[in-house]
Write a new protein. Structure first.
Lengths: 408, 125
């Protein structure tokens, strides 16, 4: 009796799960139901090389077109899964209904939409999908006035690309600094300086209250009353997990679809992976939901292993990266709850690492053009919860290799 | 003869100029795959787009994960060249690194690399 495995969602986690399932020898039928009209693709380039035009669609796709046939996967693209009937063991998508013995929910996330008067004006774009970016790119012409709403990673990456294309850019951030709540104040200050030096205007403590224009965007109005003239706006104010389909099926959800360390939901036949999943982190001693490529990949692997009957714990150190101008920001670990930041290197030279400590232990690092600091933390110091004297971390005459050696 | 449409901007994509490079990827098991790769792609992309196992490329080519590690065949080392400082540091943390190791996402395919041979390590993680 052939087992039926259905994957709801067509993104990074889904693509990884397919590869992992077949590598584990899963012999059953696999059906992929993806909302978007294209096969799984990489999202990071959407605010980087795909936005700038340097990369086309062919380079953004995660797998060769032949991959899905090779893996004996039936794909239903441009197909939104509407409901999961756990009693009947079926997934409904449009007029079709797919039986399942095993199910992977990898529905990812959707953008938080700007909600103010005028938010629907032509010229205002959210950035999440290929088609979003296909609509944004033509508007980023030399001299165009771009308003970036949201000073997070997406906003700052878009600002950097747009500046490279010759736009006049203003970043409008609601909080007191860019990358608010994700990096330490000195790291925010660093990135704000980099952008300002590139000619980007950054407005913080600026809450958008309205978008105005006759038939299309002409200006963004803030709570202070300040009006920012703009020809085009890109909104990057966060994403929300697509957990509703799980919730409606009676699965436990709380800041994502709740899974255990094997990526399994409260139903042993159903796994969840990627942006949509909330899981227990042994490293951090709490439940978390991560929005990253690394999480989608590793959880996709764990979900595949669980559904193939060979469960494997997902317990990796989170990592992340952001490319802005010629800077490579590499992040390892999660810094929430830090009580001390130690900077190693030279911020002025744009080559430094900011280490985050909690009760003396290293929990995360933000590294700018500092790969040794990043990799040593990712591979050795963070998993070990290493205790290192702050003075030593900051001391460039001591190599990261020596620091790692002395903590064993 | 460059067959590209000269009025179109060169975004760095393969615009049909021909001159594909034949690259041989050898798995750790010894199994060989020889494929044509368009100039402008990375050696890593040549493997991924041809479904050749042994290169993970988690970060998609951003030099952020060191899971696209390959060994350059000795005969090709000079032509391929060495790593940048950033790549070299990332490589330090890959598995079973050797003097002829490179991160394949950082090697740009050109017609000059036609015939290139690379070998994959036992594991990328």
């Amino acid at each position: 009796m052939t087992e039926n495995l259905v994957i709801v969602g067509g993104g990074q986690a889904a693509a990884q799960a397919i590869a992992s399932l077949r590598a584990l020898g899963f012999p059953g039928r696999i059906v992929l139901i993806g909302e978007e009209p294209v096969p799984p693709y990489q999202r990071p380039p959407l605010s980087k090389k795909y936005l700038s035009g340097e990369w086309g669609l062919d380079r953004v796709l995660l797998k060769a077109d032949a991959f899905y046939a090779e893996m004996k996967v039936e794909t239903r693209l441009a197909s939104r899964a509407e409901a999961i009937d756990r009693q009947a063991g079926r997934v409904r998508a449009g007029s079709e209904s797919f039986p399942y013995d095993k199910l992977l929910i990898a529905t990812g996330s959707r953008v938080r939409r700007l909600a103010c008067p005028g938010a629907e004006l032509p010229g205002i774009h959210h950035l999440r999908t290929l088609s979003d970016v296909d609509a944004i790119r033509p508007a980023l012409t030399a001299g165009a006035r771009l308003a970036v709403i949201g000073g997070g990673y997406i906003g700052l990456e878009v600002a950097a690309v747009a500046k490279g294309l010759g736009c006049a850019v203003t970043v409008i951030e609601m909080g007191e600094r860019c990358l608010n709540r994700v990096v330490a104040p000195q790291v925010s200050a660093f990135f704000e300086t980099v952008h300002r030096q590139a000619g980007v205007e950054i407005a913080v403590n600026a809450r958008v209250t309205a978008c105005e224009g006759k038939g299309r965007l002409e200006r963004i109005v803030c709570a202070s009353g300040r009006a920012i003239e703009a020809d085009v706006a890109v909104v990057g104010i966060g994403i929300l997990p697509n957990q509703e389909i799980a919730q409606q099926a009676g699965l436990a959800v709380d800041n994502g679809i709740m899974v255990d360390e094997f990526a399994l939901t409260s139903d042993p036949a159903i796994a969840a992976a990627g942006d949509c999943a909330n899981f227990p982190s042994a490293l951090y001693g709490r439940r978390i939901r991560l929005e990253s490529v690394q999480n989608a990949i590793e959880q996709g692997k764990a979900a595949a292993a669980a559904l193939a009957g060979r469960p494997a714990r997902y317990h990796d150190v989170p990592w992340f990266w952001s490319d802005q101008y010629d800077l490579k920001l590499q992040i390892a670990g999660l810094n929430q709850g830090y009580d001390r930041v130690v900077v190693r290197g030279d911020m002025g030279a744009r080559k430094f690492a900011a280490f985050y400590l909690k009760a003396g232990r290293l929990i995360a690092v933000d590294a700018v053009n500092a790969p040794a600091e990043y990799m040593t933390c990712l591979k050795q110091l963070i998993p070990a919860g290493a205790e290192i004297a702050p003075e030593r971390l900051a001391d460039m005459s001591v190599s990261m290799k020596e620091i790692a050696a002395s903590t064993r | 003869m460059d067959a590209r449409n000269k009025s179109e901007p060169d975004w760095g994509r393969n615009t049909g100029a021909g001159e594909l490079a034949k690259i041989t990827y050898i798995e750790f098991t010894g199994k060989e795959h020889t494929v044509d790769v368009a100039p402008g792609l990375s050696v890593m992309e040549g493997a991924v787009k041809n479904m050749i196992p042994g290169i993970d490329a988690d970060c998609g080519g951003a030099c952020a994960c060191a899971t696209c590690h390959v060994y350059i065949d000795p005969a090709w080392r000079e032509k391929v060249g060495g790593p940048s400082d950033m790549e070299e540091t990332m490589l330090d943390f890959a598995e079973d690194v050797a003097p002829n190791s490179r991160l394949s996402c950082q090697i740009k395919v050109t017609p000059e690399l036609d015939g290139l041979i690379v070998r994959m390590p036992n594991s990328q993680h």
